[in-house]
Design a protein around this ligand. Structure first.
Ligand SMILES: NC(=O)c1ccc[n+]([C@@H]2O[C@H](COP(=O)([O-])OP(=O)(O)OC[C@H]3O[C@@H](n4cnc5c(N)ncnc54)[C@H](OP(=O)(O)O)[C@@H]3O)[C@@H](O)[C@H]2O)c1
Length: 231
């Protein structure tokens, strides 16, 4: 069975997750960042696309020492398993997520990845080859489920999230809407890529929770059953 997939994203009041230069920007405040840290600490694994690794160089660690300690007391690693969806094995060898904090790292690649790059990455991470030209997200989820990953948090970016929605692999979407306007046709949004054309294809969500947080709003939706394939 695939893991339960929880997408978390921070977007501006006008629905952008970054600038047109795909530069990391601060959309939420310290309370929301603490919430994200708690969410991370409650997951078995955390996933990002290679676009996010190249743009933001995130470490994907749990920031609070107390939360890491609680995980250890529960018999887990201090940090969740960190996963990069990276068809061509472009993850830089000095990426923070490969070096900061303890815990397992997984790089999911496709058959197109360069063999020498893959060999280098294997020094720091477990490499899973799944998919011909790009990472096959459905098969990857199955493999992650078989490895005992039950709760998976996805932290972006837009293309990966868009593809997960297209594949009906998302169970929950939490969006923090911050009090900034970023604008721009080319600025990434929470679900990029090809998107859907027909209304009947749109993924339908069920509203679970809305709460004001600092100068923004936190919204939690679950994905309606028809649009979420629990294989
Ligand atoms: N505000 C937020 O909450 C937040 C969070 C995270 C990121 N961001 C922002 O998001 C931007 C990065 O987003 P992004 O859309 O450029 O990159 P992304 O979603 O992080 O990564 C997308 C890449 O993943 C790879 N990939 C492999 N298999 C795939 C598949 N089956 N489906 C989709 N992608 C697949 C592709 O590259 P290959 O073909 O090379 O494999 C693709 O270009 C940055 O600006 C970052 O700052 C914002």
């Amino acid at each position: 069975m695939r893991p339960t997939v929880l997408v978390n994203v921070a977007m501006s009041a006008d629905g952008k997750i970054s600038t047109r230069e795909r530069r990391q920007v601060r959309i939420s405040g310290s309370l929301d960042r603490a919430r994200v840290d708690r969410m991370k600490a409650e997951c078995d694994a955390i996933m990002v696309g290679i676009g996010t690794v190249l743009a933001d160089n995130p470490s994907l660690t749990v920031k609070s020492a107390e939360l890491r300690e609680k995980r250890v007391q529960r018999g887990q690693e201090g940090n969740p398993i960190r996963i990069v969806v990276d068809s061509l094995a472009r993850t830089p060898l000095d990426a923070d997520l490969l070096h900061k904090g303890n815990g397992i790292r997984i790089i999911a690649i496709s058959e197109r990845a360069d063999a020498a790059r893959v060999e280098n990455l294997k020094r720091w991470a477990t490499v899973i080859q799944v998919g011909e030209s790009e990472v096959d997200l459905r098969d990857l989820m199955q493999i992650l489920g078989d490895r005992g990953i039950h709760r998976l948090m996805v932290e972006g970016g837009g293309r990966l999230i868009g593809a997960l929605f297209r594949e009906h692999l998302v169970d929950e979407l939490t969006t923090y809407v911050g009090n900034v306007v970023i604008g721009g046709d080319a600025s990434p949004t929470p679900a990029d890529g090809t998107g859907f054309l027909k209304e009947e294809e749109f993924v339908r969500l069920h509203l679970e929770e809305v709460s004001p947080l600092e100068e923004g709003i936190l919204i939690r939706w679950t994905v309606e059953k028809k649009w979420n394939n629990q294989a």
